[in-house]
Design a protein around this ligand. Structure first.
Ligand SMILES: C[S@@+](CC[C@H](N)C(=O)[O-])C[C@H]1O[C@@H](n2cnc3c(N)ncnc32)[C@H](O)[C@@H]1O
Length: 304
């Protein structure tokens, strides 16, 4: 294998490697979840962590490996697909990096996190510049087993943490496809006023929370003209990407809402073209979150 040609590497989610591979050019090798490419790094929708500047370090011992990594920077995260024991011994000689689950709401880490792996017993592939500040792109939160009625709240935790912006107390939020109420629960806890819209009922514990209103019906019948101003539009509706795109386009055109967080759901294999349409909206981001399933997250945030 021609490892010296590696110019970028991408760590994907275990269950969503195919859409990641379809996005990339110059693939040299795939080692479990790590894709090595001879092309310059590209912005990938399905990568959990993109290694922007991978380089090979030749090492002659465990100590030498740790020393060479430490000479580059302090924080390193191992992605191990082979020589697990040797890799673990090198990692143990590196400065400790906390693996404690995050307590939401929280700030992003301030120090860069590099990633490395063993390509052979005496070759480390190391990238000091990676797209994620979290170990292998995994954003793990302390879970709340009592409050939210579904685990969907974790993807909203992840999005709000990544964008470094939260709805403010009193902000008016629409939570489209809100049942059973995980996202509504997060927003209510942050002090927002939430209208949760779904064909299915909200969990009664969520529906009875202060500042939560529930509207039973078809989300797509709700129009911008029904409201004067909406601070945030959230959608986790299960629908075709095109349907979501058309609906949020109405909101963009109306100018009544500036903050959007929407899940783009796929049936069968993810369709790159429909995801691309969302990216064409000026200032938007589309990404696969660690806590996403067969879906991407569309984000458009007013930076003010
Ligand atoms: C993944 S669930 C939402 C989970 C929710 N975000 C939470 O945190 O608990 C998707 C929801 O979309 C709703 N849904 C699908 N199509 C809809 C439509 N046209 N109008 C309203 N709700 C819809 C479903 O009833 C379902 O409750």
């Amino acid at each position: 294998m021609v490892y010296k040609l590696i110019r970028s590497a991408y760590l994907g989610s275990k269950d969503y490697m195919t859409p990641l591979e379809n996005e990339l050019d110059g693939i040299i090798a795939i080692h479990d979840q790590l894709v090595l490419s001879s092309s310059v790094p590209v912005k990938s929708l399905w990568s959990l962590n993109t290694w922007h500047n991978p380089k090979i370090l030749t090492i002659d011992s465990i100590n030498d490996g740790a020393k060479k990594l430490k000479n580059i920077q302090r924080n390193w995260c191992l992605y191990s697909y082979q020589f697990h024991r040797r890799a673990k011994l090198i990692q143990e000689k590196l400065p400790y990096v906390s693996a404690k689950p995050l307590s939401f709401p929280c700030n992003l880490p301030t120090s860069p996190m590099g990633s490395w792996t063993l390509l052979s017993e005496n070759q480390i592939l190391a990238s000091s510049n990676c797209s994620s500040l979290f170990k292998n792109g995994e954003i793990i939160f302390e879970e709340n087993k009592e409050g939210p009625p579904s685990r969907a709240y974790l993807k909203l935790y992840e999005t709000l943490t990544k964008i470094e912006k939260l709805p403010k107390p009193g902000d008016f939020c629409i939570d489209a496809g809100g049942s059973p109420g995980g996202w509504t629960w997060v927003l209510q806890k942050l002090g927002a006023q939430v209208i949760s819209i779904d064909r299915a009922l909200l969990d009664p514990r969520i529906a009875s929370l202060p500042n939560v209103k529930y509207y039973k019906g078809d989300v797509f019948s709700i129009k911008p003209s029904d409201y004067d101003k909406v601070d945030w539009l959230f959608s986790d509706v299960i629908c075709f990407p095109e349907k979501l795109f058309d609906w949020i386009s109405l909101w963009f055109e109306s100018g009544k809402c500036n903050n959007f967080i929407c899940t783009i759901k796929f049936q069968g294999s993810p369709d790159y073209n429909s995801a691309k349409k969302f990216l064409e909206i000026n200032g938007s981001q589309v990404m696969h979150l660690y806590n996403n399933k067969h879906e991407l997250t569309f984000i458009h945030i007013d930076k003010k």
